[in-house]
Design a protein around this ligand. Structure first.
Ligand code: SF4
Length: 320
């Protein structure tokens, strides 16, 4: 029997059907050490000094101890207040502040001081801005190219609802190495988990990136454990491949506070491996699938592998 055969189609736990806030006990494979290292403290101090927000802190990421020890931080631009209120996300919702004109230079300075070979930049949703914040992504990419020209750049953007085409065109023209936009979950769960977004609009955004520049790697991710069914996850993989997405990430959803969507299931590491094998068979250039996988977890190492995988694939096609 394959590992996938052990994944139930859907497992509503007693916690899932109760309205009372319940502290769910995490399985052993989710537990992580408290962050205490010197590298962690230095990364934290630099982010404070440069007034930069990180998704690592805002999303209460379980990998922060490991990543910051290695000086890998994912910078969150355009403030720390989001105009959406997704049921899985810990970032504050409200009316964001003015865009910080110094932010692009500060991001580049952080990349230089941390000595980053690869940087991941994300942002809150800025539905209040006429360009959705695309212009700030462009400025950050340009500042990085100027100050740290050898650093490879990965961006993880919002869906730019209502202004997607212009936003994608501008950002792709700035030339990031990887364009990531997460589908987050299966389409059936969008109304409750990602109510402000549309599944097919997100897929179209990633198609649009490839249409403008097929050489930019595209990446997308889903969280598991929200009540999705196995065949729905397979369908999402097929949809992603149809949109030409190169890299799939899959990780366990964790409830940031009792007010957020409940964890319906803790997916086992074996089941993640099985999903990963299916994704590779479906043709993704790169796949990261484990309970603690996050969009930016090991992003630099995975980027290098993905690039090597593409080169090997092209050489094979050319019969070398
Ligand atoms: S996985 Fe990503 S968000 Fe989490 S700590 Fe690492 S870099 Fe930050």
């Amino acid at each position: 029997m394959s590992d996938l055969a052990t994944i139930p189609d859907s497992v509503p736990t007693p916690e899932a059907s109760s309205d009372a806030p319940v502290r769910q006990r995490k399985p052993d494979w989710i537990r992580v050490k408290a962050p205490t290292s010197k590298g962690y403290n230095e990364t934290r101090q630099l982010m404070r000094d440069l007034k930069l927000n990180t998704v690592c802190e805002e999303a209460a990421c379980p990998n922060i101890g490991e990543c910051w020890t290695k000086k890998h931080a994912t910078v969150m631009i355009l403030g720390d207040v989001c105009t959406r209120a997704c049921a899985f996300c810990n970032v504050k919702t409200g009316m964001p502040r003015k865009v910080d004109a110094d932010e692009p230079a500060h991001v580049a300075e952080a990349a230089a001081k941390l000595g980053l070979e690869h940087i991941v930049i994300t942002s809150v949703d800025r539905d209040d801005l006429p360009d959705g914040g695309a212009g700030q992504f462009v400025k950050v990419i340009r500042a990085l190219r100027e100050m740290t020209p050898t650093t490879t750049i990965e961006i993880l953007t919002p869906d730019f609802r209502g202004k997607m085409r212009e936003a994608v065109e501008a950002i792709v023209a700035a030339g990031p190495d990887v364009y990531n936009h997460n589908l987050e979950t299966v389409p059936r769960l969008y109304p409750t988990i990602r109510p402000g977004a549309r599944y097919y609009a997100s897929l179209r955004l990633l198609e649009e990136v490839k249409r403008h520049n097929p050489l930019i790697f595209t990446k997308s991710g889903v969280m598991l454990g929200l009540g999705e069914q196995r065949l729905e996850v397979h369908q999402v993989m097929d949809d992603m491949r149809t949109a030409g997405i190169d890299f799939l990430t899959m990780g366990q959803y964790l409830q940031p506070t009792p007010k957020h969507a409940k964890v319906i299931e803790f997916v086992t590491p074996q089941a993640f491996s099985a999903y990963g094998a299916i994704a590779r068979a479906k043709g993704f250039l790169q796949v990261a699938a484990s309970p603690l996988t996050r969009s930016s977890y090991h992003a630099g190492k995975d980027f290098a592998e993905m690039r090597a995988n593409r080169e090997a694939q092209l050489a094979k096609r050319a019969g070398k």
